[in-house]
Design a protein around this ligand. Structure first.
Ligand code: PEP
Length: 252
C-alpha cells in the first residue's frame, strides 16, 4: 500500500537555534499525538540538517534538504552536493520546487542531473510539479504537468521511479492562502496517477505517493486528504508551527 506522507518545507526560515527548537517540538508532538501510519518529513535549510537529524527520532521523522547540487563535487562555490546531504543523516531531498524553478532558473535538464545524484546517493526525491495561474485559467494544467513529468521523472528507469515521492503544487496556491479545492486536487492527482500507469503500469501508479502542496492547513487538510488520490501534503507556512503541522499530519 502506498505511503501517507506529510512533509514540511521550512524554506528560508528559522535560524539554527529556532530550527532546532521547532524540530524538537515537532518531534515531541509527533511522538505523543501523531497517527502512526503517516510518514513525517522535515525539509529544513542545509545549515540545519545535522542538528535536526540529531534533534528528532529519525526512526519516526525523516529529514529532507530543500535542494542539492547538480554536480557530484568540485569547484562549484556555494553548492551542497547530494552526498553531503546524505552524510548529515538526511534521507530525502525536495527537488523542482516552483520557487527554485522560477527564481533560480532550474530547468528540466538541471533537475535530471539532481535527480540522478540524489538517487545515486540513496536520497528519496520529493519531486515537485505544478502549474502557474495563467495555465490553470486556460484549463491546460494537465498538459503542463504532463510535460514537466515527461521531461524529468518519466525518463527514469522504473526501479528509480518507484523510489520517488511526487508533490503536486499549483503555483497559484503556494503561500497565497488560496488552496485548490478538494475536487481540483483530486482531479489532477487522478490524472497524474493515470499517466504514471500509462508509462510504468498500474501497479507502480498505485504505489506512488502523490502529495498536495499549496496553503494546506489544519482546517483544510481533512478535505484535501479525504480524496482517494491525495496521499498527503508538502506544507510550507503551516510547517513552521509545530501544532499546525501536527494538525495537518492528523488530517487523514
Ligand atoms: C510549499 O512551499 O511547498 C508550500 C506548499 O507552501 P505553502 O504551504 O506555504 O503554500
Amino acid at each position: 500500500m502506498r505511503k501517507k506522507i506529510v512533509a514540511g518545507n521550512w524554506k528560508c526560515n528559522t535560524n539554527l537555534q529556532e530550527g532546532i527548537e521547532l524540530a524538537k517540538s515537532v518531534n515531541e508532538l509527533v511522538a505523543k499525538k501523531a497517527a502512526d501510519d503517516v510518514v513525517v518529513v522535515l525539509g529544513v535549510p542545509f545549515t540545519h540538517l545535522t542538528n535536526v537529524v540529531e534533534s528528532v527520532n529519525t526512526e519516526r521523522i525523516g529529514v529532507a534538504a530543500q535542494n542539492c547540487a547538480a554536480e557530484a563535487d568540485g569547484a562549484f562555490t556555494g553548492e551542497v552536493s547530494a552526498s553531503m546531504v546524505k552524510s548529515t543523516g538526511a534521507t530525502y531531498v525536495i527537488l523542482g520546487h516552483s520557487e527554485r524553478r522560477e527564481y533560480y532558473g532550474e530547468t528540466s535538464e538541471v533537475l535530471n542531473k539532481k535527480l540522478a545524484l540524489a538517487l545515486e546517493n540513496g536520497l528519496t526525491p520529493i519531486y515537485c510539479c505544478g502549474e502557474p495561474l495563467e495555465v490553470r485559467e486556460a484549463d491546460v494544467q494537465n498538459d503542463y504537468v504532463k510535460k514537466q513529468l515527461e521531461e524529468t521523472i518519466f525518463k527514469l528507469p522504473e526501479s528509480d521511479f518507484r523510489k520517488l515521492v511526487i508533490a503536486y503544487e499549483p503555483i497559484w496556491a503556494i503561500g497565497t492562502g488560496k488552496t485548490a479545492t478538494a475536487g481540483q486536487a483530486q482531479e489532477i492527482h487522478e490524472f497524474i496517477r493515470s499517466i504514471i500507469a500509462e508509462k510504468f503500469g498500474k501497479e507502480v501508479a498505485e504505489e506512488t505517493s502523490i502529495l498536495y502542496g499549496g496553503s494546506a492547513k489544519p482546517g483544510n487538510a481533512k478535505e484535501l486528504f479525504g480524496n482517494k488520490d491525495v496521499d498527503g501534503g508538502l506544507i510550507g507556512g503551516a510547517a513552521l508551527k509545530a501544532e499546525d503541522f501536527l494538525g495537518i499530519i492528523n488530517g487523514f
